[in-house]
Ligand binder design. Structure first.
Ligand code: C2O
Length: 467
């Protein structure tokens, strides 16, 4: 196994490895120059690949550690979230609905990967990623469906339809295109947090649908490796896509974790800008990573301005099992909106704010504009705006103290002209609950909790050059 050579293991651990590990090899300088390790696409890994077998070995070993050991499976999951109290150091620290979403989860995976590597028995072990955007990978990856494996989670903590391979994600749900097109960091991160990130959590269900239990399911980490890969892919597109390097809170806030030796460590945004250089990993198939530096601030090329055009005057919108339509009067704004939708520097945004539910609704809501009243909602069709689902933000849980409502923004640029053809006076929005595919067919979702949208508006976002 060339790929998992001892050399590579040493460089990978090098960033913070103890002196004891490095000392015997100090005379061998080559590890310092070795290539970073690669996180592989799980779709290309066979059942006997050391990445898969090593993950299984590690999960078993970590579950056998006492719960007080920060490297134990339950402690690691509790760092993300837990219902267990009293809480211990670093528990319940996951970041959702904030601009730390990408950076916090990158740090979390980094230390988790080091712990798994240690217990996997595989030198240079790396976390694989689940590329569900690929048409061949919309089912739960095969290694997680093997009931004899430590990667398996039985119903109800992971629904049987996923474990049998009957369930799959609809293509629109796992398509990151909309978020990848956004230039502004916070907006892009927020869009991708919703699609595909939240939808994957909610569609899988069980432990995965609740932030307080999600990280107990071993599939959580391959899902998040993919979300982390999207961060790199987003930046690699260029065009002004940069991390918030002029924001000192984003750069310097410290988060606490534990390494593979149980040593408590902290990390900040500035430590996770360059995955290959700072954390020693790349993703299989990704383009050259963009190297950003905290001390060399690149000034943003664009400034964004948001102006509200129309606010839904009615009462809060309640979503339940039935299709809901929201007719928005355009009045004299139709022409203006048409030109915004056609513009390259302006975006017509549908904004949903104050979105909340008593419990996890367990469904994803699809949003359409101009959908004719009798037409079947089709996320591949011309009226589809996007989908929203709640994970963490917006869900009233047992941990009421950190409740915050969710908010979403969707571009209407692509659908606006089509929507105007069905009704020139009003913009007819339709919101429908939607389930997963079972044996390739759309399933009837069960709405476990109603959702309330406190505020709905249409705004224009203008992008202007700073220099
Ligand atoms: Cu912190 Cu996908 O969750």
């Amino acid at each position: 196994m060339k790929k998992h050579s001892r050399r590579r293991f040493l460089t990978t651990a090098g960033a913070a490895a103890s002196v004891a590990i490095l000392a015997p090899t100090l005379l061998d300088l080559s590890p310092v120059f070795a290539a970073p390790s690669m996180r592989r696409d799980i779709g290309g890994l066979g059942a006997s690949d050391p990445i898969i077998t090593g993950y299984k070995t590690a999960v078993t070993a970590m579950k056998a550690l006492p719960a007080t050991d920060p490297r134990s499976w339950s402690y690691q999951a509790a760092i993300h979230g837990t219902y267990t109290s009293p809480t211990k150091t670093a528990w319940n620290t996951c970041e959702h609905g904030t601009y730390f979403f990408w950076s916090w989860h990158r740090m979390y995976l980094y230390y988790f990967e080091r712990i798994v590597r240690k217990y996997s028995g595989v030198s240079g072990w790396t976390l694989p990623y689940w590329n569900y955007a690929s048409p061949t990978q919309r089912q739960l990856p095969a290694p997680f469906r093997d009931a004899a494996s430590s990667l398996f989670v039985a119903n109800p903590n992971r629904p049987t339809v996923w474990n049998t391979g009957a369930a799959s994600m609809t293509p629109a749900r796992v398509d990151p295109t909309a978020g990848m097109a956004i230039v502004n960091f916070t907006s892009a991160s927020s869009s991708l947090e919703n699609t595909p990130h939240n939808h994957v959590h909610v569609d899988i269900g069980g432990w995965m649908s609740d932030p307080a239990t999600a990280a107990q399911d071993p599939v959580f980490y391959v899902h998040h490796a993919n979300v982390d890969r999207l961060w790199n892919l987003w930046k690699a597109q260029g065009g002004g896509r940069i991390d918030p390097l002029s924001d000192s809170t984003w750069k310097n806030r410290l988060f606490t974790f534990f390494d593979e030796n149980s040593t408590q460590v902290t990390m900040k945004g500035c430590d996770v800008l360059r995955a290959a250089q700072q954390l020693n990993y790349t993703y299989e198939g990704e383009p050259a990573q963009v190297n950003e530096y905290c001390l060399r601030i690149i000034l943003p090329r664009w400034v964004f301005q948001l102006r509200e055009l129309i606010r839904w005057p009615g009462p809060p919108i309640e979503l339940g099992p039935d299709r809901v339509s929201i007719p928005i009067e355009l009045k004299n704004l139709r022409q203006r909106m048409m030109s915004i939708a056609e513009s390259k520097t302006e975006t017509l945004l549908l904004k949903l704010e104050g979105v909340e539910a008593e419990r996890q609704p367990g469904v994803v809501w699809e949003i359409y504009a101009g959908l004719p009243p009798n037409a079947e909602p089709d996320p591949e069709g011309p009226y589809y705006v996007g989908a929203m689902s709640l994970f963490s933000a917006g869900v009233h849980g047992k941990m009421e103290h950190d409740f915050k409502p969710a908010e979403f923004a969707f571009s209407l640029n692509r659908v606006f002209a089509t929507a105007m053809k069905t009704n020139a006076e009003k913009l007819e929005l339709t919101i429908v609950p939607s389930g997963i595919l079972i044996n390739g067919k759309r399933s009837q979702p069960k709405v476990a909790s109603r959702v309330r949208i406190g505020r709905l508006s249409i705004a224009v976002e203008t992008q202007a050059k700073t220099r």
